[in-house]
Design a protein around this ligand. Structure first.
Ligand code: ATP
Length: 340
């Protein structure tokens, strides 16, 4: 991850798109600083690809303004196209050609001279670990190699903003990590990445900021940590050796929401579900709502020590992006977004 840059690579306001009476985007605003990774999350059909298509000039919005890489999307679409790269959900490589031929074709489309072309193709093959397979037809490549080639082809034009629409879908964990490293290297070079993904760990790993799309609107935006703090669910789990100790702990902690280390008010939106010690599916365990901070942990342990209650096991649970996604977005099978 990188530090914020003042100049936005993408700035969109009030983007709307409907197909018939099906409103897909109902006025979304996006602000992506240059040299950062921005991830757009949402259930199937939430409008992620539609957003990518609009911002990459493939389709026009019904309303709204956007500037991408400093150019107005509707007034200067050619300049936007020249500055961006798009890697879609389905690989754009030609299976009948070799990896090197695919890259050369792309270099020709970008009107590179012979020497530039040779240098660029060799450089990308090396960067994406495809030199050995360069002369083989893409039909013989693995899914991971194909994705790497696809992204390498996007980079031939040296884009400053890259849209990656679900770039690691179907890849095994090792290939996914290779792609993540490639993304990090690009960002280190100042490239801006607009990422859509179904893998929340991917957004957690890569994104400087994340926006959650639901029913045509951005329902939450922030860093992964900010989003996780927005929802309840963090707790300390305590397990006891026997019922007597569990009962003693329930008495001690049951009356003391202060064990959280914070007042409910300080916890903002999560306050409604905090305060009460809850039972766990394990009959000898308790869950104490907590932000998981060291201070909260110390207070809790101190409290139990004061009353000589022995704890057998202790673990801290913080919400992950899956919890955020499930809490803040609607039913993923509900494909009927807003209807005008
Ligand atoms: P996924 O995660 O499944 O790829 P997504 O968030 O990328 O989903 P989009 O592909 O943007 O979703 O689609 C959003 C909605 O718009 C869906 O309900 C889809 O059926 C609808 N849609 C997209 N393109 C068209 C089109 N050309 N005509 C009619 N409806 C469309």
């Amino acid at each position: 991850m990188t530090s914020m840059h003042p100049r936005p690579a993408i700035a969109a306001t009030g983007l709307r798109k409907a197909y018939g009476d099906h409103v897909v985007l109902d006025g979304i605003d996006l602000h992506v600083p240059a040299g950062t990774v921005f991830s757009l999350l949402g259930a199937n059909g939430a409008g992620k690809t539609t957003t990518v298509k609009i911002l990459s000039t493939l389709i026009r919005p019904d309303a709204g303004d956007a500037r991408v890489a400093g150019h107005d999307l509707t007034r200067d679409p050619d300049k936007v196209r020249a500055a961006i790269g798009v890697t879609g959900q389905f690989s754009a490589v030609d299976n009948l050609l070799t990896g090197a031929e695919n890259l050369r074709l792309m270099a020709d489309l970008h009107h590179l001279g012979r020497a530039d072309r040779r240098r660029r193709v060799a450089g990308l093959l090396d960067q994406f670990d495809l030199t050995e397979a360069a002369g083989k037809p893409v039909s013989t490549y693995s899914g991971g190699m194909r994705r790497r080639l696809d992204l390498a082809m996007t980079l031939v034009g040296d884009p400053r903003v890259i849209f990656l629409d679900e770039p690691t879908t179907g890849l095994d964990p090792r290939s996914r990590r290779t792609m993540w490293q490639i993304v990090r290297d690009l960002v280190a070079d100042g490239v801006t990445i607009f990422l859509t993904t179904q893998y929340l760990t991917e957004a957690d790993e890569l994104a400087d900021r994340i926006a959650l799309l639901d029913h045509g609107r951005v329902v939450a935006e922030g860093t992964a940590e900010e989003l996780k703090r927005r929802i309840p669910g963090g707790h300390i789990r305590l397990r006891f050796a026997d019922q007597r100790r569990l009962d003693a702990a329930t008495r001690v902690l049951g009356q003391t929401p202060a064990v959280l280390g914070q007042t409910p008010a300080a916890l903002g939106q999560a306050s409604h579900s905090l305060g009460q010690v809850a039972r766990d599916h394990d009959p000898l365990a308790l869950r104490v709502p907590s932000d998981g901070s060291l201070q909260a942990l110390k207070t809790l342990i101190g409290r139990l020590d004061d009353h000589a209650v022995e704890v057998d096991e202790l673990s801290v649970h913080t919400p992950d992006l899956d919890d955020v996604f499930l809490a803040l977005t609607g039913d993923p099978t509900d494909d009927k977004v807003t209807t005008r």
